[in-house]
Design a protein. Structure first.
Length: 412
């Protein structure tokens, strides 16, 4: 049970983040946990290497390269003008932020949009002399909710899509989750309008376009975005047509990053400055969770419970609540094998995706993207969003989200 003790210590340190004068980052804590289970013999080095999901790691790497190039080239800020110029009032801007970043997070991954969306939102707030707090909250809720409806919207969805053996993950996720996700983004709009109504007047907004910093890199970034879109559409089309041609989700990211890696003079700079800490976190998390799974501890607890954990309602409730304690990705890493073993169907798998993702709306620590947005905003001089600022909207929003997903998955 040494692995369980190490896991408990890891989650405690992630929640506290500071001991005396020492401040710990999440990736450092998870790396400590992985090293601890290795050094104490809870998992062998060979099993540790095998536990790391290479498909997930390569996918994250490819998408981070594309996201970093978009930010460094200035292309994202440049095209934000084209995206938001029709938002001629503060109310429309709030709605645009929710819908645009929600849809983008479904295909470029929520953490990527959290990173590159924060400076865009701060820029919009400063240009129009608006309070950036509701806009930053809108970004946080948008990337969480929007990422639900795609197998590549967030890491836990990717784990479910790859681990469950879905034959057509894009089509399946959109079929079950697109409509309730749009409804939940609209619900977020009305809640933010209710709590921050004094910040949204009817005055007109005047937009201006930002310059591109690196034209060559911007062209390559645009090419990568087009390739991502075309490959996703191709995969969906092949699935619908019943074709035997198959390529993995990982291939989409790896192929799409090639214009940047092969033709950009700044390729080394971009690769060096991607979010390596997140990649370390995931590699360490795979090792940590594999050692915990081998103990059978959580399987025993789940098996001893009196209620059925395989219904859509139970999966939503358990994944939302436990994600606050052990984070959504480790939760999925523990819950998914049980669903597979019990022969769960598609509604149960997508319920796990929905529940473990919208758990990020409940409290700040429910999703890494929340922390990324808040810390990045503070570093850039934005508003400080407190635990209560987030929770007063996040709690009722999560209740609404849960009800909408449950009703759609059960009755539609």
């Amino acid at each position: 049970m040494i692995a369980i003790v190490i896991l408990a210590l890891v989650f405690l340190l992630i929640a506290v983040r500071q001991v005396g004068r020492f401040t710990f980052r999440i990736w450092q804590v998870m790396l400590f946990g992985a090293l601890a289970v290795l050094l104490t013999g809870q998992i062998s080095p060979a099993d540790a290497l095998r536990s790391i999901n290479i498909d997930v790691m390569l996918f994250l790497f490819g998408m981070f390269v594309i996201g970093r190039a978009l930010e460094e080239s200035g292309y994202l800020a440049h095209i934000s003008y084209e995206i938001f110029k029709k938002a001629d009032t503060a109310k429309k801007l709030l709605l645009f932020i929710l819908l645009v970043f929600g849809l983008l997070s479904a295909f470029l991954m929520n953490d990527t949009i959290a990173i590159i969306g924060t400076p865009v939102v701060l820029l919009l707030a400063r240009k129009h002399q608006m309070n950036d707090k509701p806009l930053l909250l809108a970004l946080a809720f948008a990337v969480t909710i929007g990422s639900v409806m795609s197998p590549i919207g967030n890491p836990q969805n990717l784990l479910i899509a790859l681990g469950s053996g879905m034959e057509n993950p894009f089509f399946t996720f959109l079929k079950f989750l697109f409509i309730p996700t749009i409804l939940n983004l609209i619900a977020a709009y009305f809640l933010l309008m209710y709590f921050y109504k004094e910040h949204f007047n009817n005055g007109g907004l005047q937009h201006s376009q930002e310059p591109i910093h690196d034209n060559r890199l911007a062209i390559l970034s645009k090419a990568s975005l087009i390739m991502v879109s075309l490959l996703i559409l191709a995969k969906i089309g092949l699935t619908i047509s019943g074709s035997d041609i198959e390529f993995k989700l990982t291939s989409i990211a790896v192929i799409s990053m090639l214009p940047i890696v092969l033709f950009s003079r700044r390729r080394l700079e971009i690769v060096k400055t991607i979010d390596w800490h997140t990649l370390i976190f995931f590699a360490a998390m795979f090792i940590m969770m594999e050692s915990v799974w081998e103990t059978g501890f959580f399987q025993g607890i789940i098996g001893s419970l009196d209620f059925n954990l395989l219904t859509v309602g139970a999966i939503l409730a358990v994944s939302i609540l436990l994600s606050q304690l052990i984070s959504n990705v480790p939760l999925v890493a523990l819950y998914l094998p049980m669903l597979i073993h019990e022969g769960a169907g598609t509604p149960e798998f997508v319920a796990l995706a929905a529940g473990s993702t919208i758990a990020g709306n409940l409290l700040i620590l429910g999703a890494a993207s929340n922390v990324m947005i808040i810390q990045n905003a503070e570093k850039r001089g934005g508003s400080i969003i407190t635990f209560l600022d987030f929770a007063k909207i996040g709690i009722p929003l999560t209740l609404l989200n849960t009800g909408i997903y449950w009703a759609y998955l059960v009755f539609v």
